[in-house]
Design a protein around this ligand. Structure first.
Ligand code: HEC
Ligand code: HEC
Length: 291
């Protein structure tokens, strides 16, 4: 508990420091740590759209509101917000309500600076998307990924196993935590680039806290991605189990402690809005309809 409290106060201290002085350089660093997992500053799509020319496409006020809480903006009926949300298959962008206006502006300036010279004005222009290289995974990669995900094999740098917070429906592994999104079909939802970006950078606070100072290795990220690809492919044929079995059958102390900590973080998050709840429920519904 103590170390978590320490971590939290360290994070507050750090964010205080970043609020005090924000320059264009900070804009780059901020963008890299918070946004680059899902966005390029050019035109290519990762999880979200490439952000080249975004300041020409949207007003600064719109961008600040969006970045702080896109879901609230969508719920308020903003047509541009709804359109971009629908375009990206309703995969919601997480809120960054802790960022100050100055920090957001510094990131927007950084995006502008990166694109000065090229005349990209809107992201509706022809996408110069790099061809996606098809990565072939071996059965050994999949097997290793499965062991990493379920905790049979430890991460080299000591991060917690994913199954503590996430479930993947697969007959070979036990039921996972229900505190974060179900990852059975995450491969379909985010693809190769999205998964490895999220797993390497962890833009989600609860996840980032668990892996700070304990990054996964490149190879671990690759093996996990291999496992997600496989789990997605075979998901139709796997028996769905109830997540409650874990609580009845598990009882690993460390696991429970982590679950407790996560639920504290989780509750704080939940307070933000009930609309988000409704969204995620709808998203879950979507997942199950998807083939
Ligand atoms: C976990 C992935 C993820 C992260 C991290 C993320 N975004 Fe997004 N972002 C998205 C997705 C997906 C969309 C598309 C809209 C939607 O589905 O909600 C989006 C949309 C946007 C848009 C609207 C684009 C448009 O054409 O209107 C902006 C601006 C944006 N993000 C900026 C940021 C900034 C700045 C950060 C970092 C502070 C960030 N995003 C972090 C996933 C992410
Ligand atoms: C301490 C809890 C925790 C642990 C451990 C954890 N995650 Fe997460 N993860 C989260 C939370 C919270 C989110 C935010 C999305 C959500 O609301 O569920 C998330 C999101 C994700 C996403 C994005 C899902 C999506 O569809 O947007 C991926 C992919 C992911 N995690 C993979 C992993 C992998 C792989 C591991 C193991 C290396 C892992 N996570 C370990 C809590 C955790």
């Amino acid at each position: 508990m103590k170390s978590i409290a320490k971590k939290i106060s360290l994070i507050t201290a750090l964010s205080l420091i970043t609020t005090i002085s924000v320059s264009a350089q900070d804009g780059e660093a901020l963008f890299r740590s918070k946004c680059a997992a899902c966005h390029s500053v050019g035109t290519s799509k990762l999880v979200g759209p490439g952000l080249a020319g975004i300041s020409d496409k949207r007003t600064q006020e719109w961008l600040i509101t969006w970045i702080k809480d896109s879901q609230k903006m969508i719920a308020s009926g903003d047509l541009d917000a709804i359109a971009i949300f629908e375009e990206f298959n309703k995969s919601p962008m997480i809120p960054f309500s802790d960022l100050s206006d100055e920090e957001i502006i510094s990131m927007l300036d950084y995006i502008k600076a990166e694109n000065s010279g090229s005349d990209v004005t809107t992201s509706t222009e022809v996408e110069t998307e790099e061809p996606v290289a098809v990565i072939e995974y071996t059965t050994e990669d999949i097997e290793n990924g499965k062991m990493l995900f379920s905790g049979k094999k430890r991460f080299k740098n000591g991060g917690p196993t994913c199954i503590v917070c996430h479930n993947v429906t697969n007959n070979d592994i036990m039921v996972g935590g229900l505190l974060a999104k179900d990852l059975t079909n995450v491969y379909e939802r985010l693809g190769e680039a999205g998964i490895s970006a999220i797993v390497s950078i962890s833009p989600f606070p609860a996840m980032a806290n668990s892996y700070s100072g304990k990054p996964l290795t490149k190879n671990e990220v690759r093996e996990l991605t291999a496992f997600f690809k496989y789990a997605n492919k075979v998901s139709e044929s796997q028996a769905k189990k109830s997540g409650f079995k874990l609580i009845a059958g598990g009882g690993i102390l460390g696991l429970l402690i982590i679950l407790g900590l996560v639920s504290i973080l989780w509750k704080n998050r939940k307070k933000e809005s009930t609309k988000k709840d409704i969204f995620s429920r709808q998203l879950k519904g979507n997942d199950s309809i998807e083939s």
